[in-house]
Every structure is written in structure tokens, then in C-alpha cells.
Design a protein around this ligand. Sequence first.
Ligand code: AP5
Length: 219
Amino acid sequence: MSKIIVMMGAPGAGKGTQARLIAERCGYPQISTGDILREMARADTPLGHEIKATQAAGRLVSDEVLAEIMLARTSQPDCRDGYILDGFPRTLEQTRLLEDIAKRQEKSILVLKVVVPRDSLMKRLTGRRTCTRCGEIYNIYLRPPRVEGICDLDGAPLAQRSDDRAETVSTRLEAYERSTAPLIDYYRRSGRLIEIDGERPVTEVFEDLCAVLEKAGDC
Ligand code: AP5
């Protein structure tokens, strides 16, 4: 049975960093709802403006918008053999939708939770810089590029996300605790959750994730 791999964890836990590596290794597409929404927020439309304001404030975008995105994206041909979800589901309603999608597509769900203590998250988020061309993720304190402000991979400039300012980060962490953390218990109870210590170098976390995926026959 093909798989839906769900990356879970607090903002800044390293979901995106690890999802990119897993996607490269396993050949599944990485579906980042944050990236899709940031792209939609660039449109000069009422929906684009609403998403931009919601993300900048660190609040969650509505379940209706997320449902439209997910139904469209997961029915693309590249998702046929499996895919990696980075940032979805985040609410009970979204969890229900994912169960429906998995059932309809005859796929099983494996949830990988990257666990990082709250104290480390602030440094990770406020120090994050992302390549404006390829999306590679850096951190000015923990994983700096070779040349300041420039991507090692393609030489494009790096940018800071609008929601990575200290005051917005607190709102995002609260939204996570309130709406998303309770879902972890649901997946744990159904035996589909694996927790990985994310407070280690990126390569070590990745090795652990690969071991889990190999054991499950997914990569
Ligand atoms: P989204 O883009 O999904 O942000 P997030 O969940 O807050 O997660 P982040 O991308 O901030 O962190 P990450 O865990 O991916 O960490 P990363 O690998 O980048 O969502 C943004 C917004 O969009 C939401 O607030 C909401 O408004 C909206 N949204 C998205 N999905 C939604 C949904 N389903 N429903 C409703 N609204 C939704 O790493 C972070 C930093 O740490 C980087 O600098 C990295 O270099 C560093 N780092 C990573 N791993 C390590 C390591 N092992 N050691 C040291 N540093 C590390």
C-alpha cells in the first residue's frame, strides 16, 4: 500500500528541512502547505490578501481554503505512489479530511513527529533564511551559508519570512499548542505515530528518519 508521510512538529522543529531530504531520497513529492499558501498570498486578489495577512499574523488559514488546496494537490499524478505532507494537518477538521483522502486513495498514513524543546525553536525561527530561488533552508546561527545572504546551491539571495519575527513566532507557537498538538495524541493512539529527537544535527535526525522509513518499507 502506498504511503502518506506526515511531518509533524512545532514551528521550527525542522519539518521542512527533513521533508526536503526525504523527498530527494525517496522520490516522493513534498507538499508544503506553508509554501503553497505563501505562493497564493502573492496574488493581488481578496483571497491572496487574506492569506498574506493571516500568515503574517501567525494565525491559521481557514480549513475551507486548506481543503481546496489539498484536494487539488493530492490528486496530481506525481502523488500516485505516495507523498510527504509538511504542515498538514493542523486542525481536527483537516485530520478528518486527510483520513478521507487516504481512504479514497487507498493509502496508509505514517506520522513522523520531530521533537524539539520550545527554548530552541525561537533561535531556529528568528535565524532562518530561505533561498528565494530553490527554497534551501539556512540558519544564521546554526546552519549559515558559506557567503552571508547567498544560497550555497545556486547563488540566489536569501530572505527572511515575514512570520519569523519574534512577536509573530509566539503567536504561531500558541496556535500550534492549541490546535495541532492535540492531534498528536490521536495518531499516537492509532499506532501511526513515530517520534524522533530533532535536537541534533540535521544529518543525524535524517538518518533516524530514514531508518524508520526503511523499516516501514517506504523508502
Ligand atoms: P509553515 O510554513 O508550515 O510553517 P511552520 O509549521 O510554522 O513551520 P516552519 O516552516 O516555520 O518550521 P519547520 O518545522 O518546517 O522548520 P525548518 O525546517 O524550516 O506555515 C506557515 C503559516 O502558513 C502558518 O503559520 C499558517 O498561517 C499557514 N499554514 C500552513 N499550513 C497550514 C494549515 N495546514 N492550516 C492552516 N494554516 C496553515 O527549520 C527551521 C529553522 O531551524 C531553519 O533555520 C533550519 O535551518 C533550522 N534547523 C532545522 N533543523 C535543524 C537541526 N536539526 N539543527 C539545527 N537547526 C535546524
